[in-house]
Design a protein around this ligand. Structure first.
Ligand code: GLU
Length: 319
């Protein structure tokens, strides 16, 4: 009897010390969108600081395609040991699950939420050659030219595609969806004038607006963003029920031990709240969050349900 309980104690101690030592080698953070896009920007800034806190490097691996769902499927399939995590977004966990009939994961059951790092508004911008100077001009132009122009987005069925499809329904306009693997290539073509308009997460578009390569027309959210205080919100321009928020949060495969989950969550939350890291996020136009696993889990459910309602009510289908 005594020998048995000693053995059980030894096993428990071994398990504890295995967790206590986590991490004893580099961690991979799968970023499901290309380098230079908002997910990549947020992922790299957070990974650098969280790695410092954990005493191990966090290596960013871009695994792109299908609106981020390829990288997320790889995250879900990884070993749940904390050494492979992924950066989920509103596209991978909120919108795409309702639009991709053959999605290789369940956004709730197949993941252990760790921490939602930051949120970001979205922005509608046009190439400076586009005739519209403001949102009213854009709406008038689109209504007068149904189906003539296209808008670039970070992936079919992702939040930028869906956000624009929803807005076009509200204004009764028609544009063609031109999908890319992510914001970075979508922006390249909009700046080059290949596609005249883009609906994008704020951090990746902001530098092009600042440099005059793109003209911003409106931003989502209930307040103007301090990085572009002159840019009106959709709400103040009369589109009160139209709100599209992007977010980027760390998830691990389902079945991650609680001790490892909590260690990762504390490191990432501490990282995005670190003054220098938070300043970098704010400089990019995003808002640091760093919530708990329970809060993030609740948020994923709410976002999934919210987008399901939007998609059903507006009867949105990807083109
Ligand atoms: N718009 C995508 C999302 O919010 C991210 C695009 C990118 O990082 O390139 O899911």
């Amino acid at each position: 009897m005594l020998r048995k309980s000693c053995a059980a104690l030894a096993l428990a101690a071994a398990a504890l010390s295995a967790h206590a030592e986590f991490p004893d080698r580099p961690i991979t953070l799968i970023v499901p969108f290309p380098a230079g896009g908002p997910t990549d920007i947020v992922g790299r800034v957070a990974a650098a600081k969280a790695g410092e806190i954990l005493g191990q490097q966090i290596v960013v691996e871009n695994r792109t395609g299908a609106s981020g769902t390829i990288g997320m499927a790889a995250t879900a399939r990884a070993k749940p040991d904390g050494y492979t995590v992924g950066l989920a977004t509103v596209s991978t966990h909120g919108t795409a699950p309702h639009l991709f009939p053959k999605l290789a994961y369940d956004p709730v059951k197949d993941f252990t939420p760790i921490s939602n790092l930051v949120t970001s508004p979205n922005i509608l911008a046009v190439n400076p050659a586009f005739p519209a100077k403001d949102l009213a001009g854009f709406v008038a132009h689109v209504r007068a030219n149904p189906g003539k122009d296209g808008y670039a987005n970070a992936g079919a069925g992702g939040v930028n595609d869906l956000g624009m499809i929803w807005f076009l329904q509200i204004i009764d306009g028609k544009m063609n969806s031109i999908s890319y693997r992510g914001s970075a290539p979508a922006l390249t073509d909009t700046v080059a004038g290949v596609v005249p308009a883009i609906f994008d997460n704020f951090p990746s578009t902001l530098p092009y607006v600042k440099s005059g390569h793109l003209r911003a027309l409106a931003i989502t959210g209930n307040a103007r963003n301090p990085r572009l205080p002159g840019l009106p919100t959709f709400a103040e321009l009369g589109y009160r029920d139209y709100d599209v928020t992007a977010w980027y949060g760390v998830v691990a495969p389902a079945g991650l031990p609680d001790a490892v989950r909590d260690k990762l969550a504390q490191a990432f939350a501490q990282a995005v709240r670190d003054p220098a890291t938070a300043a970098k996020m704010e400089e990019a136009g995003a808002f640091p969050l760093g919530n708990t696993p329970a809060e993030f889990a609740a948020q994923i459910r709410t976002e999934k349900d919210r987008w399901q309602r939007v998609i059903q009510q507006a009867d949105i289908k990807i083109q």
